[in-house]
Design a protein around this ligand. Structure first.
Ligand code: DUR
Ligand code: ZN
Length: 133
């Protein structure tokens, strides 16, 4: 499965729309029922509107009715495995549990396997709103 996710993410990366940074990123994921999705980063002349590869893949899956991610793979041309930005970590935390695997990689095939808890300890969660006074 990881090999398939790697292939999907590397292929999605070739579709990155990155005229401003020229930094191509690819992501792929497996949902709870085994469905696979992939995504790339999509930039904008208004830089802040850029959508990262991770969020593209996640939003594609969620907009098709999925709600849980079992495995997420991210790759870029970085020295070591790529490191997702803070916004993506928060979005990943919404749809991934402790038992989910996040594989951070680079195009040379270097990989690091982590949990979302390791990437974003203390993430803001829906239940936190129950504690309002
Ligand atoms: O994990 C990451 C890190 C960065 N980017 C994108 C956002 C922007 O297009 C470019 C440079 O930040 O890389 C991602 O897609 N995922
Ligand atoms: Zn991001």
């Amino acid at each position: 499965m990881t090999n398939q996710l790697q292939q999907l993410a590397e292929n999605a990366r070739t579709h990155a729309y990155v005229p401003y940074s020229t930094f191509q990123v690819g992501a792929s994921l497996e949902t709870e029922d085994g469905t696979l999705y992939s995504g790339c980063n999509i930039e904008n002349a208004s830089y802040g509107l850029t959508n990262c590869a991770e969020r593209t893949a996640i939003f594609k899956a969620m907009s098709e009715g999925h709600r849980k991610i079992k495995k997420l793979y991210v790759t870029a041309d970085t020295k070591g495995p790529v490191s997702p930005c803070g916004a993506c970590r928060q979005v990943i935390a919404e749809f991934m549990d402790q038992d989910g695997e996040v594989i951070l990689a680079n195009v040379n095939g270097e990989k690091r396997s982590v949990t979302i808890q390791q990437l974003l300890p203390g993430a803001f969660e829906a239940g936190d709103m129950d504690e309002q006074k």
